[in-house]
Design a binder for this molecule. Sequence first.
Ligand SMILES: Cc1cc2nc3c(=O)[nH]c(=O)nc-3n(C[C@H](O)[C@H](O)[C@H](O)COP(=O)(O)OP(=O)(O)OC[C@H]3O[C@@H](n4cnc5c(N)ncnc54)[C@H](O)[C@@H]3O)c2cc1C
Length: 464
Amino acid sequence: MSDATSFDVIVIGAGPGGYVFAIRAAQLGLKVACVEKRATLGGTCLNVGCIPSKALLHSSEHFEEALHKLADHGVNVGSVSLDLARMQARKDEVVSANVKGVEFLFKKNKITWIKGEARITAPGAVEVAGKSYAAKQIVIATGSSSIDLPGVTVDEKQIVTSTGALELDKVPGHLVVIGGGYIGLELGSVWRRLGAEVTVVEFLDRLVPTMDGETGKMFERVMSKQGIKSKLKTKVTGAKADETGVTLTLEPAAGGEAETLKADVVLVAIGRRANTEGLGLAEVGVALDERGRVITDHFATNIDGIWAIGDVITGPMLAHKAEEEGVALAELLAGQAGHVNYGVIPGVVYTWPEVASIGETEEQLKARGVAYKVGKFPFTANARARAMGDTDGFVKILADATTDRVLGAHIIGPDAGTLIAEIAIAMEFGASSEDIARTCHAHPSLNESVKEAALAVEGRALHI
Ligand SMILES: Cc1cc2nc3c(=O)[nH]c(=O)nc-3n(C[C@H](O)[C@H](O)[C@H](O)COP(=O)(O)OP(=O)(O)OC[C@H]3O[C@@H](n4cnc5c(N)ncnc54)[C@H](O)[C@@H]3O)c2cc1C
């Protein structure tokens, strides 16, 4: 093997797991190559996930503000119209700047980008486009793809995955979203704001079912107030697309009489599955679990020298979880003590209001039999939220009844995704609710609601 084809480590996939792993490993002095089959770096997250969806969420928020909110602030903008082509072009510019940023970071850290689809031919050996590469260690960071729904054939035009839903060149009259998870609700919000009628069909009895129950109920109310209709406890059994649109066949989840629902565009967002096909895993003997994810123990697979991180292994399918794993594994391979605290990984739904959660829900604490106290504070009582005109929602902090240690927090409200970071740090430091309550928070800020919720744990909130 020449110097150009032999590495300390080859990581397969340049998503937030793979590219962050590559940077950290290079920082620690390892000779790193990253294989990516997509034309650009950054994986699902930067190309067709987190970043384009947030660009469209922001743009559509501005549109809705101009249409419905600015006049209340005394800002009259005259007639407002949508230039969807410009909005989409701006989203593409944001994506392009981000993926080029990763390319720059690869050059800066002297990471070799091998372009093409990788297959592991043996421990320590990877093949890309008919060429062989050697590495002491191999990391699988191949991410995930949208799950198909039987009977519903995706064409990325009328029946789309999230990738197609980010590219629509016309606002659909009626968008039906199959799956009430965060991806469906974020993209449903985008198109609802831009003028579509939106219906979410969900098999279970609630939207984002993993969410803390009380927060989830409020979230459903807010979504419904915004005009997003939901059909819960309903399953989609088929879809027929023609020039007039898509006709979906629905049935009650528990079985019963079928009905039809007509849509212009259908978004299938029922979850994501690990990308393990074509990687040669069966031939090399890498074990997968019942859901097709690579089985790992501290990122090690059952085969020596082969590791895995990110969406392709167990745990929440989130970019920051993949990044944390990338850093931890790079540090482990460089002889350090890499570690991820899975109890403190925030989850955010970037609708407006946003929903953010961390740690355990009330339902989980009850199931574990943990005695806990609840401190809650509504944004209606927060001066900054009132000044902004964004008072929907609350902050809820759950603390251990005996030790007062913060066990979880659930926020629905303006900028919840930013507010949750304060609680993540508190939880990393093993803080009590009193630690947060006794920390000086700037006034007037949304963060004061976090402090007030912490005060409310002991029944001593000041502003309510
Ligand atoms: C619409 C949408 C919105 C999202 N929004 C958020 C959000 O707001 N926040 C959040 O935290 N998460 C979000 N996610 C999830 C997030 O994108 C993923 O959790 C994250 O990208 C996982 O990172 P990863 O590195 O494991 O894999 P990926 O980002 O999927 O990257 C894997 C890469 O591996 C490449 N690859 C696969 N197989 C091979 C092979 N054999 N050879 C070479 N290359 C290969 C793929 O082309 C891909 O680029 C969103 C996802 C979607 C779809």
